[in-house]
Design a protein around this ligand. Structure first.
Ligand SMILES: Nc1nc2c(ncn2[C@@H]2O[C@H](COP(=O)(O)OP(=O)(O)OP(=O)(O)O)[C@@H](O)[C@H]2O)c(=O)[nH]1
Ligand SMILES: [Mg+2]
Length: 311
């Protein structure tokens, strides 16, 4: 399950995660590419206004649900640069977490939150014109990500049997110090085998190696001056103000870039445009053989490669 990275020094590319949405809102227009992950909402009326389908960005809201059985992580997001793309209708939290126990996530919280999750999923889905796919992004080592994460996967299959389910799973590495993480992963993997259409396994130690490799290359002096600022696959390009980086940020940016690249053919017009279900149609030979090994290139752009700046 290693995330293989091919380094290509002269390749073109971009990195666009961690965007400060208010900064984007001032410059950008809302188009079809943006509409795949975000709604453009008119908030002038009280509460949640109607969607605006074309033209200037009013208020972007992610087509996403954040679910965690403790409040801390979600609260951090709500205080960070992405806070404006989420509102309270998109959050489901509890207080105590699942104690690194798959069964607590799946059986206890699953039963307790089922109705709430289904209702919020339906509301989110109702805003979509053409719902192609769900992305579940979760960890396998703890109790909530593995247990409740795979419970939600089952729920999606029950409620939206026609819609594809792509799962990005963060596997624990050998160094993981949570003693139950291998058990949680195995229990979760049974669900992934049976209910996911595609799984993109990610492993933290590999992400960490990539971050270190990039850091080393950029700071070694050999490449340092020729790398375009903010083009690293690990950096949060587009952020206007300097945000304090958290330990997982660089690693998560790699995953975000991976998902952006994977979905770009579905989000942008052109001859390469295709539906997301074609990914699994072409890459999954048998129903349960649906674990894809990801490669990502380039890791950064060279300063003398000119790419039109992105809106
Ligand atoms: N790549 C990445 N891995 C993470 C992140 N947060 C946690 N992990 C990994 O996830 C595993 C732990 O799972 P958590 O997601 O913290 O646990 P949980 O799902 O909240 O479960 P409970 O704590 O039992 O409620 C460990 O292997 C962590 O290294 C993150 O932001 N990025
Ligand atoms: Mg947690």
């Amino acid at each position: 399950f290693r995330l293989e990275i091919r380094k290509r020094f002269f390749a073109r590319g971009w990195s666009g995660t961690g965007t400060d949405c208010r900064a984007v809102a001032m410059k950008a227009i809302y188009d079809e590419a943006l509409s795949s992950f975000f709604r453009n909402v008119d908030t002038r009326s009280a509460g949640d206004g109607p969607d605006i389908y074309k033209g200037k960005i009013c208020s972007l809201k992610a087509r996403a649900l954040l679910i965690d059985m403790e409040e801390g992580v979600v609260n951090e997001i709500l205080q960070g640069p992405l806070r404006d793309v989420f509102d309270s209708k998109q959050l489901i939290t509890d207080v105590s977490g699942s104690g690194n126990n798959w069964a607590v996530g799946y059986k206890v919280y699953g039963c307790q939150y089922r109705e709430n999750i289904v209702e919020k999923l339906r509301k989110t889905a109702e805003h979509c014109d053409c719902l192609q796919c769900f992305f579940i992004i979760h960890s396998m080592g703890g109790g909530t990500g593995s247990g409740l994460g795979t419970f939600v996967l089952n729920l999606l299959e029950d409620e939206f049997p026609e819609v594809y389910r792509f799962v990005t799973s963060v596997y624990p590495s050998g160094e993981d110090d949570v003693i139950t993480s291998p058990y949680n992963s195995v229990l979760a993997m049974k669900e992934l085998n049976e209910h996911a259409d595609c799984v993109l396994p990610i492993e933290n130690e590999s992400l960490f190696d990539i971050v270190n490799k990039i850091h080393h290359m950029v700071n070694s002096g050999k490449l340092g001056s020729t790398v375009k600022p903010n083009s690293l696959v690990t950096s949060s390009a587009g952020t206007t103000k300097k945000v304090q980086e958290k330990p997982f940020d660089a690693m998560n940016n790699i995953v975000a870039n991976l998902l952006l690249n994977l979905t770009s053919s579905a989000r942008f017009e052109g001859s390469l445009n295709m539906d997301l279900n074609e990914i699994s149609m072409n890459l999954v030979p048998f129903p349960r053989l649906h674990y894809l090994v990801s490669s990502l290139t380039p890791l950064y752009t060279l300063a003398d490669v000119n790419i039109p700046s992105r809106r």
